[in-house]
Design a protein around this ligand. Sequence first.
Ligand SMILES: NC(=O)c1ccc[n+]([C@@H]2O[C@H](COP(=O)([O-])OP(=O)(O)OC[C@H]3O[C@@H](n4cnc5c(N)ncnc54)[C@H](O)[C@@H]3O)[C@@H](O)[C@H]2O)c1
Ligand SMILES: [Zn+2]
Length: 345
Amino acid sequence: MITVRVPLGERSYDVLVGHGVRAGLASSLPAGARRAAVITQASIPLDCDPGIPCERLLIGDGEQHKTLETVEQLCRDFARMGLTRSDVVIGVGGGMVTDVAGFAAAVWHRGVAVVHVPTTLLGMVDAAIGGKTGVNLPALDGVGGKNLIGAFWQPRAVLCDLDALATLPPRELRCGRGEMAKYHFLTGDDLLALDVPERIARCIEIKAAVVATDEREGGRRALLNYGHTLAHALEIATGHEIAHGDAVAVGLVYAAHLAHHLGRIDADRVQQHYDVVRGVYELATDLPADVDAERLVQLMAGDKKVLSDGLTFVLDGAAGVEVVPGIDPTAASAVLASMAASGQQ
Ligand SMILES: NC(=O)c1ccc[n+]([C@@H]2O[C@H](COP(=O)([O-])OP(=O)(O)OC[C@H]3O[C@@H](n4cnc5c(N)ncnc54)[C@H](O)[C@@H]3O)[C@@H](O)[C@H]2O)c1
Ligand SMILES: [Zn+2]
């Protein structure tokens, strides 16, 4: 078992990584918790024993259930159970479950402890770490969006039980691999030298270090969005047909090409992006054939009508990955066009 500390002063906590670490759930709960609400989904096979009286509360599967309505239902269940502020909520699932469980815990009695047991690779290396919780605002009269309602609410502990990955569908594994590929470029260290559990732990450590310097996303935390500017645009343009990890994979090589186009990195470094994304994580890097490049640039600009201020990207460079504002939309589309052209060869 590997333990990674998320250093956040009095909100610090441990992330346990390894096969079977869920056996330590009872000892990861806050002292004094007398009952637990275990939030999960029907399709998640991982069994967890909190060692105190508990109730298993099932939420729906899919982003359409990541809503205030689901949180309200959970709060009704908490009320029925008599869950007090000294009790505990446990989220057992992917990022959808831990985001919802974390948010429900943040608002119940103005905050009750939450422990996460992420069961997807993406949940382990990303969603369950760092305290961002929330739900979507479903579109109504043209307004709405993902994760618009939320709170920063750090968990008390996170248990990444690698046993969970055995049942994860291929698409979900690709989502996690896309995030892991991202971490290869956020620091100078060689993640390839590590075995898989060590690498997952190192990804968590990298995220923890970024979160520790910017808990509430004032600046540095944006680096975790490396590869995500194009990824989000691709997800919207394809109506979420493309999996997040596949979109991030394309987004990472796009960010490398853009950085190269702007003279920030050399061709070898671009090649390293292909080597990691395609070679190590076995993710495709071609732009989907049927998406319109101009629409993607508009989406990357946040659908702003006027692009005169330029676009903001997270880009690699001599000083490492950093936030770079003021990028000419013409450069952004030229790089898309050359990637599309090379993909068709
Ligand atoms: N809070 C953050 O910092 C953060 C970061 C990244 C993503 N997110 C959020 O995370 C969500 C995506 O998370 P995700 O990719 O884990 O998707 P998800 O939670 O929707 O899970 C994907 C699917 O896998 C199933 N599943 C989960 N674990 C399983 C297992 N062990 N075996 C079999 N099936 C299993 C789920 O039931 C679901 O159908 C999004 O809502 C996103 O906004 C949050
Ligand atoms: Zn992501």
